[in-house]
Design a protein around this ligand. Structure first.
Ligand SMILES: [Zn+2]
Length: 299
């Protein structure tokens, strides 16, 4: 694995300018960030018993009231934390799972006894030892709920396999791409096909694979699909290894990555040419027109 450079990957959302006017960049949580969240929850909360569950912002709850979730969680113990795409599942020893989706800028924070919940805490678990886990979400786009199991939630939500699951192999991707004239970027971001990739990592994967984001999925050759899959895994695994989703709020990626260059006027880390943008389904794509050549749709 290539060493991680100290290049911040903060996305374009800027919130909470603060008294000094300093803008804080917060990444949009995708699979690598949520894997970082999973590791945090696993390391800090495993085996702990829930003394209280509070939802200061009931609007964040999905299909359950603050009173019911508090009653259901009191006395439960945390067994483990699992990830599926952009979802985090906090599994309880008696089987049910707390489901968390972080929207555009949510994250979990673990706090020692006596520490106050951070600003924008929408949901919190207090443990019997006094520590607590806060679900922080400034923009309030995200969801917390309770499900009988992760599998039940995934099925009900209609999510495809996690992007790093063994099931997402060359045959799987070739089949999904081969029957779609949609842009490859839209296909990569379709959570019903593959769960976990959003706007930022779709751009990164396509940049690293040298594929224009608007390329029709069915125009890709078998060889290109194989290369795209290898790149997808490498990009996501590198971002995880570099600490995506960490408390600093920025991953530390190798120099050849496009992600830190997501600002107008930046240069391509590969050829030095200007980075271009295009709008797809109201999301801005960043790409290098020299390294990622456009091509015509195939019939
Ligand atoms: Zn380039």
């Amino acid at each position: 694995m290539k060493a991680c450079d100290r290049a911040e990957t903060g996305a374009l959302i800027q919130v909470n300018a603060g008294a000094g006017g300093r803008k804080i960049e917060i990444p949009m949580p995708e699979l690598p960030d949520v894997e970082g969240f999973r590791q945090l929850v696993e390391a800090t909360c495993r085996g702990k018993t829930i003394a209280r569950a509070e939802a200061p912002d009931p609007g964040i709850l999905e299909g359950i009231t603050p009173v019911t979730i508090a009653r259901r969680l009191k006395g439960e113990r945390i067994a483990t934390a699992a990830r599926h795409g952009k979802h985090l599942f906090v599994t309880l020893t008696r089987g049910a799972v707390i489901t968390m989706h972080f929207g555009t800028n949510g994250s979990p924070r673990f706090l020692e006894p006596g520490a106050a919940d951070p600003p924008y805490t929408r949901f919190a678990l207090g443990f019997t030892g006094g520590e607590h886990l806060a679900y922080v979400n400034p923009r309030r786009i995200g969801r917390v709920g309770l499900a009988p199991s992760a599998d039940a939630y995934i099925a009900a939500a209609g999510l495809g396999p996690d992007a790093l699951a063994p099931q997402v192999g060359a045959a799987f991707l070739a089949q999904a791409a081969g029957r779609s004239k949609r842009a490859i970027k839209a296909l990569l971001m379709d959570q019903a096909i593959i769960a976990g990739i959003g706007n930022i990592y779709a751009d990164e994967i396509l940049f690293q694979a040298g594929i224009h984001p608007e390329t029709p999925a069915n125009a890709l050759s078998t060889g290109e699909i194989g290369g795209l899959l290898r790149t997808l895994r490498r990009v996501l695994e590198t971002a995880i290894a570099c600490g995506a989703g960490s408390e600093e709020g920025a991953a530390l990626l190798p120099k050849g990555f496009l992600l830190p260059e997501r600002h107008r006027g930046r240069r391509c880390p590969r050829c030095g040419g200007p980075i271009a943008t295009t709008k797809q389904s109201a999301r801005t794509s960043y790409f290098c027109p020299r390294c990622q050549k456009a091509r015509l749709p195939s019939d």
